[in-house]
Write a protein that binds this ligand. Structure first.
Ligand code: GLN
Length: 309
C-alpha cells in the first residue's frame, strides 16, 4: 500500500505516541448516539497530491463528521450562489466564542462571524436550500464524488438525535430568521443542518475528499480542476482562521495548518501542495476539538517539519 514508508512509519509511531493522551478529553455527550462511542478509538489517514495514501488505526471505520460538514456546504454554496451574495450574510473573521454561541450574534445583529460556527453554517445551509429543490442529495452527491465512495450515508439515528436535542441550534435559526438572515423556514433549514452534521465518513474518506484543497483545487487522480484555485486559497484561509472555533489560535500555534474539526472527534488538515490528513479520536477538549487528534497532528507537523509557516 505504502509508496513512502517514512509516512507509514511516522503515523504508526504517532498512534503509539499519543496513547498517554487518552482519558484526558471527554466524548461528546449532547446526544446519546455520540455519547456511547468508546473514547479510545484512533485513526489517521494521509493522502498525498501524487496519489499516495497511508493509514493507521481504524481509518476505514465511519464516524459522525459533524462540523466538518460545514466545509462541504461552504464549497457547495460557493459554486451554487454568487459569492458576494453569501458574504453579505456571513462574515470571515474568527469568532473567539464557542461554536454554538448566541451572544455575538445578538451584538452583531444576526450576521454570523464566519461560516464555520453554527450560526454561519446555518446561513450557508439556508443559501444552498434556497437554490436547490433537493439540497441533501445535492450535498451527498458532492461528498461521495469527492471521497470516491458512493457508499457514504447519513446516520439517521444521529440525525434524529440532533433534531430531538438541537434546542440551541433552533434558537440560533430562529434568531437569524428574526434578523431577516434566513430565507427558508427555520425548521426546514434545521432539518438540513442536522442531516449534514450526521453524515458518516471514515478518516480515509475525509482525507480523500479534502485532497483537492491541498492541490489548488485539482483532483490528483483525474486531473480535474474541481474547484478554482482562488476559492481553495480562500477556503484554506478561512480554515486557518476559523476552523477550530475559539481554539483556532492555539491550534495554529501548535500545528500550523488549515484544518476543520467536528464534535464527532474528527479533524481534517491541509498541508498545501503536499497532503490532506484526517485524524479521528472522539475525546474532545473543553472547546469541542479532538484532544488526541490535535496532539497527533502536532506530532505530524513537528516530525515532518511541514506546516504552512
Ligand atoms: N451537531 C453539532 C452542533 O450543531 C455540530 C457542532 C460541532 O461539530 N462543533 O452543535
Amino acid at each position: 500500500m505504502s509508496k513512502r514508508p517514512d509516512i507509514q512509519s511516522l503515523i504508526d509511531e504517532i498512534a503509539e505516541a499519543v496513547k498517554p493522551e487518552f482519558g484526558k478529553g471527554k466524548v461528546a455527550d449532547y446526544i446519546p448516539a455520540l455519547a456511547r462511542i468508546p473514547g479510545d478509538r484512533f485513526a489517521m489517514a494521509v493522502c498525498a497530491v501524487d496519489g499516495s495514501e497511508w493509514r493507521t488505526g481504524e481509518a476505514l471505520r465511519s464516524f459522525s463528521i459533524q462540523s466538518i460538514s460545514k466545509v462541504f456546504t461552504l464549497l457547495l454554496a460557493l459554486e451554487t450562489i454568487p459569492p458576494d451574495e453569501l458574504w453579505e450574510r456571513v462574515g470571515r473573521e474568527p469568532s473567539g466564542t464557542p461554536f454554538n454561541s448566541l451572544m455575538q450574534l445578538e451584538n452583531e445583529r444576526g450576521i454570523p462571524r464566519n461560516p464555520f460556527i453554527n450560526s454561519g453554517a446555518i446561513v450557508v445551509t439556508d443559501a444552498i436550500a434556497a437554490h436547490s429543490a433537493s439540497p441533501v442529495p445535492h450535498l451527498m452527491n458532492m461528498v461521495r464524488k469527492l471521497a470516491g465512495n458512493p457508499g457514504i450515508i447519513i446516520d439517521e439515528e444521529v440525525a434524529r438525535s440532533e433534531e430531538d436535542h438541537g434546542h440551541r441550534n433552533a434558537a440560533i435559526a430562529h434568531f437569524l430568521k428574526s434578523h431577516g438572515n434566513l430565507r427558508a423556514e427555520a425548521h426546514r433549514v434545521l432539518h438540513l443542518y442536522f442531516r449534514q452534521c450526521a453524515i458518516a465518513m471514515s478518516a480515509m474518506d475525509l482525507a480523500r475528499a479534502f485532497l483537492p484543497l491541498a492541490n489548488e483545487g485539482v483532483v490528483p487522480s483525474s486531473g480535474e480542476q474541481r474547484f478554482p484555485a482562488l476559492r481553495v486559497k480562500r477556503v484554506n484561509s478561512l480554515l486557518l482562521t476559523c476552523g477550530l472555533y475559539d481554539g483556532v489560535g492555539n491550534f495554529a500555534f501548535r500545528v500550523g495548518i488549515p484544518a476543520k474539526s467536528g464534535v464527532g472527534g474528527g479533524i481534517v488538515g491541509i498541508i498545501p501542495g503536499k497532503y490532506s490528513i484526517c485524524v479521528w479520536s472522539p475525546e474532545l477538549d473543553e472547546l469541542g476539538n479532538s484532544h488526541v487528534g490535535t496532539a497527533a497532528l502536532e506530532l505530524f507537523t513537528r516530525k515532518t517539519g511541514l506546516s504552512i509557516f
